[in-house]
Write a protein that binds this ligand. Structure first.
Ligand SMILES: Cc1ncc(C[n+]2csc(CCOP(=O)(O)OP(=O)(O)O)c2C)c(N)n1
Ligand SMILES: [Mg+2]
Length: 324
């Protein structure tokens, strides 16, 4: 399916915003103002954006500890996210959640999640209510390769098939679960997460996670199936993360030159720019203008976050439980 110019520009802006947000955090974190652990998403942008360009605010996603890219792709407010990561009262979760707990239900972003394998059961639960409402909404669990060995993920996949739920299990195979490669950790090797999902009885396919167009198209088919009552699907996309598992990871487990090579040959933004210019779909100047706009947004987001107050200690017990 041919995407319109507006859709292409929108997708590029979202991918660029993620890259700029994460690259800026990488530069800011050593300054010591950001509390807690941070896991950056640079290198994986085409997956989050290729998925979310198929969704509306009424559809839901679940996320992981590496969730900033998922939030931005789903349309969560970038300044609110930055303030949240700095632990400020103006943050999306009033500065009490931080990097690994950003959520915005108004955008269908059900939350970053520190529990590996925690997202797929939540997305499956959302899909039960979507099926009951009958309005055609879809839930997507964005999960890492590490989560594919987790029991709750198997249970979620099984119940999704048994109840024919509108849920998609999306595995981002970025080459590592912390320091361990799927070739070692996943029984059956690298592609086994797709074959496992197929074993539960759902359509399962894999692809190149550095190619926005491939992610978009394969997700589009799965979303269409789910919206039309065709039940769950599984997708696996390969990529490499450009930074460590967490900020501060010495990355001794990576081959010399691996990251430089990935930045050269597996950069989804470069791939996107090359494809749309070769096919004369977008002008270089249009994308350069987006780059400049995004750089200003991220500068402002950091400045405003640093200037914002911390939450008042008296608010520590607020928002602990939701009232039903
Ligand atoms: C249930 C659970 N077990 C272990 C951990 C520790 N842990 C945090 S991130 C991570 C690796 C996850 O790898 P993957 O799913 O591939 O995601 P990636 O970091 O590559 O994005 C592990 C094991 C955890 N947070 N939760
Ligand atoms: Mg991984």
């Amino acid at each position: 399916m041919q995407l319109s110019r507006e859709q292409l520009l929108h997708a590029y802006e979202r991918m660029k915003t993620i890259r700029e947000f994460e690259d800026r955090l990488h530069a800011e974190i050593p300054k010591g103002l950001i509390p807690g652990f941070t896991h950056l998403y640079s290198g994986q942008e085409a997956i989050a954006v290729g998925v979310c360009e198929n969704l509306t605010d009424d559809d839901a996603i679940t996320s992981t500890h590496r969730g900033h890219g998922h939030c931005i792709a789903k349309g969560v407010d970038v300044k609110g996210m930055m303030a949240e990561i700095y632990g400020r009262a103006t943050g999306l979760c009033k500065g009490k959640g931080g990097s690994m707990h950003i959520a915005d239900f108004s955008k269908g972003m059900l939350g970053a999640n520190g529990i590996v394998g925690g997202g797929p059961p939540l997305a499956t639960g959302a899909a039960i209510s979507f099926r009951n409402r009958g309005k055609g909404e879809v839930a997507v669990a964005l999960a890492g390769d590490g989560s594919c060995n987790s029991g709750p993920v198997f249970e979620a996949m099984n119940i999704a098939v048994m109840l024919n739920l509108p849920v998609i299990f999306m595995f981002e195979n970025n080459g590592y679960s912390e320091q361990t490669a799927p070739a070692y950790a996943v029984g059956g090797g690298k592609t086994d997460m797709t074959r496992r999902a197929a074993g539960f009885g759902m359509p399962a396919t894999s692809g190149d996670g550095t190619d926005f167009f491939e992610v978009y198209e394969k997700t589009r088919e799965a979303v269409e199936r789910a919206r039309n009552g065709g039940g769950p699907s599984s997708l696996e996309f390969s990529c490499l993360r450009f930074f460590g598992h967490f900020e501060g990871d010495p990355q001794k487990y990576r081959a010399d030159g691996e990251v430089a090579d990935a930045r050269e040959n597996m950069d989804c933004l470069k791939n996107f720019r090359a494809k749309v210019t070769e096919a004369a779909l977008l002008e270089v100047a249009e994308m350069d203008a987006i780059d400049a706009k995004v750089a200003i947004l991220i500068d402002e987001a950091v400045e405003e976050a640093i200037a914002a107050p911390f939450p008042d200690p008296s608010a520590v017990l607020e928002d602990v439980y939701i009232s039903y």
